[in-house]
Design a protein around this ligand. Structure first.
Ligand SMILES: [Mn+2]
Length: 347
């Protein structure tokens, strides 16, 4: 059977309705169904499956990026076993969260915390090995969480492979907490862990941040420029005073080195685009602002070495809106990433 990119997708087809295997694809979408340390609303462990479902409604031709599917895109369920791990340790994490991480000398709670931290280390290792292998095969990886702890292994693998890498971090939260609620690899600690454990990441550039602690603000202010934050309130104030988004994006792009990994927490967007995400916060980027930012990154001649989208949670009532937005944002991310790797731009 020949593949018709304009036909409706079959229910059992691959991501975006494509018929390709991981082996033959340039882009691997790596699902990581793990969200054990989620502190508020749950459901991000169902993000990968929901995004694959919603992706079949996305038109393959994209007005901005053209025909990303021609590079061949496939979803990998290689880490599906992490869903079982999530189900095993999530109740243990909940008990630690119930006491706000203040486990005192309760032996059961200490054991629960250790089990969650060990599970997170397995997630990190499994993601790292998969991404390292695919990078060595010349593939590009787009990770789909899961909560925001899931891309740590991907960032580590790609930063080691490329050396000097910057992170474009779009999020409502700074994610710079040290072992939030006791979890060493908490969703709220990902950028702290990247900054302290991945020396090849030379800079973290944050956009949309609007819910952060005084300690996190201090961490940013004293990072000697390693962490640069474009706070949501500041971007919003300038927009309200008439500064065009195209101007506001310039210093964001300029702050990044030549090679960039994009880590996109869906809650960086206006929560009307992600009402079921675990920790929604009013404000944030519009879909077009986020899309323009990714376009500006592509046009800047920097190389997108990898990307993730995380914290997408389908509604408890089966609402697919969050996954619909996530699937379209992911396609845009993949399209922009591929454009930066086009042969005519290879340096
Ligand atoms: Mn986050």
């Amino acid at each position: 059977m020949t593949f018709d990119p304009t036909a409706a997708a079959f229910a059992d087809s691959g991501i975006y309705g494509l018929p390709y295997s991981v082996a033959e694809s340039r882009v691997v979408v790596l699902g990581v169904p793990f969200a054990a340390t989620t502190s508020y609303g749950g459901g991000a462990e169902d993000g990968p499956a929901a995004i694959v479902n919603a992706s079949r409604q996305v038109d393959l031709f994209d007005g901005e990026t053209g025909r990303p599917y021609e590079a061949k895109i496939a979803y990998s369920d290689e880490l599906e076993h992490l869903r079982t791990l999530h189900a095993r340790v999530r109740p243990l994490a909940s008990r630690v969260i119930e006491v706000g991480g203040d486990i005192g000398d309760d032996e059961n709670l200490h054991n629960a915390l250790s089990a969650v931290n060990e599970a997170s280390e397995q997630v990190n290792d499994d993601v790292y090995e998969a991404v390292r292998r695919w990078h060595a095969q010349g593939k590009l990886v787009a990770l789909v969480g899961g909560d925001h702890s899931t891309p740590f292994g991907a960032i580590r693998a790609l930063a080691e492979a490329h050396q000097d890498v910057g992170i474009l971090h779009i999020d409502a939260h700074a994610d710079l907490r040290v072992a939030y609620e006791g979890f060493r690899y908490s969703h709220a600690s990902i950028m702290h862990n990247v900054a302290t454990l991945v020396p090849q990441v030379s800079r973290i550039v944050q956009v949309g941040i609007r819910d952060f602690s005084e300690d996190e603000a201090h961490t940013i202010a004293t990072s000697s420029g390693r962490i640069v934050s474009f706070f949501d309130h500041s971007l919003a104030e300038q927009k309200l005073c008439g500064v065009p988004w195209s101007k506001l994006v310039e210093p964001i792009i300029d702050a990044l080195p030549a090679k960039v990994y994009v880590s996109f927490d869906i809650d960086g967007l206006d929560p009307c685009l992600c009402p079921n995400t675990g920790t929604p916060v009013p404000g944030g980027l519009s879909y077009h602002e986020a899309s323009y930012l990714l376009g500006a990154l592509m046009r800047s001649n920097k190389l997108i070495v990898g990307c993730d989208i995380n914290e997408v949670a389908p509604g408890h009532d089966g609402t697919e809106w969050d996954a619909n937005v996530g699937a379209r944002l992911l396609y845009k991310l993949i399209g922009r990433m591929l454009q930066t790797h086009a042969v005519e731009r290879t340096r």
